[in-house]
Design a protein around this ligand. Structure first.
Ligand code: P6P
Length: 338
């Protein structure tokens, strides 16, 4: 017998939530919510293809390689094109940049209405698609720098993560969940396919102050800096008062989403192959760090707060250590002890 009683909590879609949050931006006359609606529309289109990846001839490689030198999965290309299309028609966006494109796209940075730059990774972890593992989209929104003669797109993009005015991600897992923040807490919305809307499911997410999982690619441990292995050994030996389990998907967005909801720590340290870290600062580490801090967590590159890093290039890499306050405090003690 289905429960016919009226739903106790009202359905709040992400568009309604964005409009409420929009009030925090004096003078942003709907342009901001219109911008974010470009991301929600694009990710609905992306998830529709991700869900069908095994059914259509969209699996496998696209054959070309992107700026990262990785083999582009066809879904990568599709996701990139969809985000560029949906965001490109938002007149408030002057500059777009993507993990898939070496150079930023200058849309209309001369226009007085173009107040924002958006940088994104259209489909992070896409090498996992062929084996049906969760993947994600990450995005970061920056305000146009002061001064109306800012014609260099890099100036729009190369701002520290603390300057993000919005950021978030979508995880394409058993369900499709959008997590975003405009600096007023981190909020999660689950896509309800029956109505085609992202519905509020995780209001004002708080990352637990401690967790029981650590998440790192142990295959690289021989090349981690010594203090990282010292730290991981302490977790394994219960130095923080309880046993930890290892959880590593090898796909940043679901690995972080678990850390956000369950607590613990995710690490992508410097390695022999990636001495400055593998993950990208602008469109992976910054949005993740923004969400983590909004939920009460901590994010560093091993030495500095991620959001304080002054970027020098769009595809710049960084180590990323992000998680609960307890695990991050212990990590900082181990690293500073050297
Ligand atoms: P590794 C996926 O390719 C990715 O960019 C992130 O999503 C993920 O966290 C990381 O690389 C995994 O890298 O070296 O552990 O396979």
């Amino acid at each position: 017998m289905s429960d016919a009683s009226p739903r106790k909590t009202p359905i709040l879609t992400v568009q309604q939530h964005i409009l409420q949050e929009q009030k925090r931006f004096p003078g942003a006359s709907g342009e901001f919510s219109w911008l974010l609606s470009g991301i929600t529309l694009a990710t609905k289109m992306i998830q529709a293809q991700v869900r069908r990846a095994g059914l259509t001839d969209i699996l496998g490689t696209h054959g070309e390689t992107n700026v990262q030198g990785e083999i582009q999965q066809k879904l990568d290309v599709y996701a990139d094109e969809v985000l560029i299309h949906c965001l490109g028609v938002r007149e408030s966006i002057g500059v777009l940049a993507s993990e898939e494109n070496e150079k930023p796209m200058i849309l209309r940075h001369g226009s007085p209405n173009a107040n924002y730059a958006v940088v994104f990774d259209p489909l992070d972890g896409s090498s996992n698609i062929d084996v049906n593992v969760s993947v994600g989209t990450t995005f970061s929104v920056m305000r146009r720098p002061k001064g109306d003669k800012v014609t260099d797109p890099d100036e729009w993009l190369l701002q520290p993560g603390s300057q993000q005015i919005a950021a978030g991600y979508v995880v394409y897992g058993p369900s499709t969940v959008l997590v975003y923040s405009v600096g007023n807490g981190a909020h999660g919305f689950t896509l309800d396919p029956s109505i085609g809307a992202y519905v509020l499911s995780h209001e004002n997410i708080r990352m637990p102050s401690a967790g029981k999982y650590y998440s790192v690619n142990e295959g690289n441990r021989d090349s981690f800096p010594r203090e990282y292995n010292f730290y991981l050994d302490r977790l394994r030996k219960g130095a923080l008062g309880h046993q930890y389990s290892s959880r590593y998907i090898g796909s940043l967005v679901p690995d972080f989403h678990r850390t956000l909801l369950k607590g613990g720590i995710f690490l992508y340290p410097p390695t022999a192959d990636h001495p400055t870290g593998k993950l990208r600062l602008l469109y992976e580490a910054n949005p993740i760090a923004f969400i983590a801090e909004q939920a009460g967590g901590v994010a560093s590159d091993g030495r500095r707060r991620i959001l304080d890093i002054e970027p020098e290039s769009i595809h710049q890499r960084t180590p990323l250590i992000v998680g609960s306050r307890v695990e991050m405090a212990e990590f900082e003690r181990c690293v500073s002890a050297g």
